[in-house]
Design a protein around this ligand. Sequence first.
Ligand code: DMJ
Length: 624
Amino acid sequence: MESNIRWLVFAILISLTFSSFVLDHGALAESVKPDEAKQLRDEVRGMFYHAFDGYMNNAFPLDELRPLSCQGEDTLGGYALTLIDSLDTLALLGDRERFTSSVEWIGKNLQFNINKTVSVFETTIRVLGGLLSAHLIASDYATGMRIPSYNNELLVLAEDLTRRMLPAFDTPTGIPFGSVNLMYGVDKHESKITSTAGGGTLSLEFGVLSRLTNDPVFEQVAKNAVRGLWARRSNLDLVGAHINVFTGEWTQKDAGIGTSIDSFYEYLLKAYILFGDEEYLYIFQEAYRSAMQYLHKDPWYVEVNMDSAAIVWPVFNSLQAFWPGLQVLAGDVDPAIRTHTAFFSVWKRYGFTPEGFNLATLSVQYGQKSYPLRPELIESTYWLYKATRDPRYLDAGRDFVASLQYGAKCPCGYCHITDVELHKQEDHMESFFLAETVKYLWLLFDLAVDSDNLVDNGPYKYIFSTEGHLLPLTPQISLARERCSYFGGYCPSNSTKLEQEVLEEESNNDDRSNIYPYHESFPITGLIKGLCPGLTHAQKYGLSYVLPEKTDREDVDEAKPVVTSSSIVLITDQRVGKKPQEEEGFTSQSEPIMTISGGSSNDQTGQELTLLESETDDQRLYSS
Ligand code: DMJ
């Protein structure tokens, strides 16, 4: 009973705060008009060059810029990281001159035969992804940015780099070590603990490399790592945050959509869209459904124990903010809109999003006060604007620009904010500021102006890697080209139909009560251009979903898999709306290690909310 009350209080507090934030938001000035959107786009371009030139003049060829002191620092491998991460943004901005000179410099000067131990995850998403996307642009007439003298130098580098990372995958689980030495392989003292995002966010880059080199090994090891992680999911279809790559035991059992896990979900869906590999889709659908069941406290998301679903961290963390963008890609737009509004309310409150915002105390989470120029909320804003064309997303964009210009701009670039309450600047600029943050901002406003850019009006549909790198659905890469995707771009042009027409046909043709409601209630005009006609949802995706009869936990294994189509798979119990007992409060059998007392200005209850977990906040590993 007491736990029920606690849960209720928690929910009421969140929704009260949420509505007051929304009211604040409603008090905004006039909406962004086309002229202002153009000005903002140009301002964002100026932001890019302030930071890029600052890096080139003061830090290059070191990895990253120290924008306050106008110096550089090696932070990853000592290989001009920020330049590599910026390449496709240069191309997107149409800067042929700098794109060409940068590609040429990298082709001539970069080498990976170096005695450096690097993160497999960071190296993959920032360096390998940066090289591959630039290669695909520089080598292709259709992009309008082909470099005549280019001779696959970046692809050669990408392959060399990835081969140097392969020793990391030599583990009993297939899940790679977190770090590898580029010259000597994995050090014998290397930690065997890695994050789920670290092991499960390699499939796009490794898959593209396989398709460009005709060597399947890269794609195979990355997929094997995903299988290794997914095979160890809990009975609730949740994954934890950290795992031992040798024993396969979870060393951190907090499940969530943010820190340490985020891009694991992202790459499941994107790997399916890019490669047409249905195994990724099936895993995504199960993982997504479970996330929405256990982690989603509409409109927020919490972290729960992966086995019991008991809430352990009622905290918004800034890495979660990519999720609404992913939901747009998945076609689940309604919850994305609500969640974006909630997350943006945190930005409005502080002018930036802190790394953590506690939903129980409604304050910045202790030890998580900084804003390191992250792109996630801006990325989701772009996707939601693309999907809905609702001008409120442009207004949000204007707020992002204002905060960055007034709060983060510093002499040679943009500074991290160490404390969102005090707006204190720190002398560091992560390379993803140029790879992602500025890129998504520019794309947002360009979409409002004329969308005449490579992504929105180019020769291919593009998938963004988790570092914002552009990976095109070209015939060479995408085996999905014959199928219909949410992009609708692969339907023969004379056979596309409006979403609504397809839905109507489907509802006439089959019993949709058993089908996962992917296509229901789209308030979308921008993203989904058309779907191939005449196919049911099941035919399009080669699978059907059947709700099992039994819903008790003990019965789950018996309930899955249910094979219902000739071409494969599954699905299990949906148990929609049913919460496990422990989720209703913050109680469990283990000893509490931290308590948060009520009494913040927004918490009128004085209730004590107890957080449970075996690691404190500060002890947790974070992915970038
Ligand atoms: C980037 O390196 C990537 O977006 C990654 O997926 C998460 N962390 C940073 C941005 O916040």
